[in-house]
Design a protein around this ligand. Structure first.
Ligand code: NAD
Length: 462
């Protein structure tokens, strides 16, 4: 894989020569990236349709507009974010001036998954460019049309001396990981994250790991179930459930579980109609492997819980109907892994404690959603659970608020990005101090020591 090695060497040379550091370069690249998205919207939504059956409106809202939002937010604040941050110097070194500045790390590697193949590749790119790095982009081979399109468009719009795309699968990513990077930003599953982190450890390369897992939802009897059902149906079935922050399952108060299932069912019909397979606004499963896994989960779990909605599928079309399972056993196969598809188990719980204990017995989630009107219940979730994000009354959409850090904790990831955070993760915050040579107040701490000097130091420093 000598071409991969050459590619990394070339972008490193561009960084070393200072190409990527001027704010003019950074801004011009961000504007060019925006133009790439605007001028090729049709081609991009077409590729997303081919790879995932995404409707162009959904592709725009959940992919293109998110990256464009990051670009415009970054361009409007870049000057302020990059300005030196003054720090109050301690009395021990006065007179002096202290501040921090963000400096680019060098060469960043961004490895993206297939489910939002534009947003999750180009979103982090915004931060890496804005921070002044060279970048290697590695799109997912499981969204091949999008990967090829991005590999074609990037050299047409961006500065190839510093920004390159390396396409490929495990072999190519393995070769990339043998190279030295200054930051690796990986989005995907925990198994590969461990491979990435082990490779990074060899060079002490910092990593950001954006992972997944089961994101629970809690609904109690005080919530407006009609409104909850609509938000759940949207958050779960967008991109056919293949969203890292989709509500994975619902823990519903026993008294309302059945009613909630019927209302989610009604919301699905209102959004996608009765013949979902022929509705082009509903997406497809990415490939046969995931299709078989999901149908297997559905079949194995259906015996443990009634199918309250959906349940049909068609392998030839990679279609799985939005499905709601009611009364699923807590030990059912569908509860043993991240579902990452359009199956929503609703599990009755007997109290807030029951729900919190169940959630805390699993890995720390990427997101946790709570629907309740009770302040004390909200407080319990805030205080007694840990997750990348906590949404009261709103699933998924926290990722569209650029100033909220987006990332996981524990098994759901490490590090967070979006907005200013995206620049910070691709930067080093350098401490700078500047002290005039006269007066030489440091003389107080130079040897030879004396009781008089020590007395003054004690009075000054306490
Ligand atoms: P994937 O299969 O596309 O893999 C992601 C990347 O890892 C790809 O670029 C792929 O080439 C590379 N890769 C795969 N195997 C590798 C190996 N052995 N060595 C080196 N690189 C390898 O995507 P995926 O992992 O199936 O993605 C789904 C997971 O990602 C889910 O768990 C989901 O929750 C999570 N996810 C998280 C976020 C987030 O922002 N936190 C977003 C989307 C998806």
């Amino acid at each position: 894989m000598s071409d991969i090695s050459t590619c990394v060497t070339e972008v490193r040379e561009a960084f070393a020569k200072g190409l990527t550091k001027p704010s003019k370069w950074r801004k011009s690249q961000l504007k060019a990236l925006d133009r790439l998205l605007v001028e090729n919207e049709q081609a991009i939504t077409g590729a997303l349709r081919d790879d995932l059956g995404k409707h162009p409106s959904e592709a725009y809202t959940t992919e293109i507009s998110i990256v464009r939002g990051e670009i415009s937010n970054t361009l409007s604040h870049l000057g302020r974010w990059l300005a030196p941050k003054p720090v109050k110097p301690s009395i021990a070194v006065l007179p002096a001036n202290a501040y921090t500045i963000l400096e680019p790390l060098g060469v960043a590697l961004i490895i993206a998954p297939w489910n939002y193949p534009v947003q999750l590749l180009l979103g982090p790119l915004v931060g890496a460019i804005a921070a002044g790095n060279s970048v290697i982009l590695k799109p997912s081979e499981l969204a091949p049309r999008t990967s090829t399109l991005i590999a074609t468009l990037v050299p047409r719009y961006l500065d190839t001396r510093a920004i390159r795309v390396v396409e490929g699968a495990v072999e190519e990513t393995t070769a990339l990981l043998e190279e030295k990077f200054d930051h690796i930003f990986y989005t995907g599953n925990g198994r590969v994250a461990r491979i990435v982190m082990a490779a990074a450890a060899k060079n002490l390369t910092p990593v950001t790991l954006e992972l997944g897992g089961k994101s629970p939802t809690y609904v109690d009897e005080t919530a407006d179930l009609d409104a909850v059902a609509k938000r759940l149906a949207w958050g779960k079935f967008v991109n056919a459930g293949q969203t890292c922050v989709a509500p994975d399952y619902v823990l519903a108060s026993e008294s309302i579980a059945q009613e909630l299932a019927s209302k989610v069912s009604a919301a699905i019909t209102a959004m996608y109609g009765t013949n979902v397979q022929s509705n082009d606004q509903y997406g497809r499963i990415v490939n046969e492997n995931h299709f078989d896994r999901l149908v297997g989960l559905m079949d194995e779990s259906a015996g443990n819980g009634a199918v309250a909605h959906g349940g049909s599928s068609s392998r030839g079309d990679l279609f799985i109907e939005p499905t709601v399972l009611l009364g699923t056993q807590r030990t059912a196969p569908v509860m043993g892994q991240e579902i990452f598809g359009p199956i929503l188990p609703i599990i009755p719980v007997y109290s807030v404690d029951d729900a919190i204990d169940f959630i805390n017995a699993g890995d720390k989630p990427l997101a946790l959603y709570v629907f309740t009107n009770r302040k004390d219940v909200r407080q319990r979730f805030l205080r007694d659970t840990s997750s990348g994000a906590l949404g009261f009354g709103l699933p998924v959409a926290h990722l569209a608020i650029p100033d909220l850090p987006f990332g996981g904790v524990g098994e759901s990831g490490m590090g967070a990005y979006h907005g200013k955070r995206s620049i910070e993760i691709f930067s080093h915050e350098k401490s700078v101090v500047s002290k005039p040579m006269v007066p030489d107040t440091m003389a107080l701490v130079y040897p030879p020591f004396s009781p008089k000097k020590l007395g003054i130091v004690r009075r000054l420093l306490g």
